[in-house]
Design a protein around this ligand. Sequence first.
Ligand code: 5GP
Length: 188
Amino acid sequence: MQPWQEHLDEVLGEVLLDEETLAKRIAELGEQITRDYEAANTQELVIVGILRGSVVFLSDLIRHIQLPLILDFMAVSSYTKGTKTSGVVRILKDLSTAIDGKDVLIVEDIVDTGLTLKNLGEILTARHPRSLRICTLLDKPSRRTCEVMVDYRGFEIEDKFVIGFGLDYDDMYRHLPFVGVLKADAVE
Ligand code: 5GP
């Protein structure tokens, strides 16, 4: 066994979503997004990828969207109070695109408590887009502490910490081509 494989075996539990399952659902989401924005007569869709977790999902998703679009990114971090997230986000990297009057679609890796997207939604709404929607690959509804309107959702999952396909543990494992569960005993 290669050293990397041995290392992976130590941290990775079950594979929750394999490559084929992810690809099929992401294609469906892209087609649905295309249909909806075509129906809304969208001239130019602004896709806002949230760094860094969304990049793998985003790069697959946009290749299934058949519309004129602009791709931009934001990076945010949550202020923490002790070990708890306060829910207030700080912008680490802002958009390069002005979004007033534009149709904006936020693309996220996972919605957990919902605090990040609630805050981000408020920040972007204040810039007066024509519309603002949210697309997430994964959703953990059982963890929600605030209301967030998710317009496009790849998969609902249970309350388990997942890695791969953009999602990290300690800044690692984002490049795994599937979504897997982090082993409980891998957490320090
Ligand atoms: P929220 O503000 O909704 O609680 O948190 C969203 C962020 O928490 C996600 O963008 C992601 O960075 C992180 N997060 C939540 N659940 C998981 C998980 O199961 N795995 C990983 N790797 N990150 C998660």
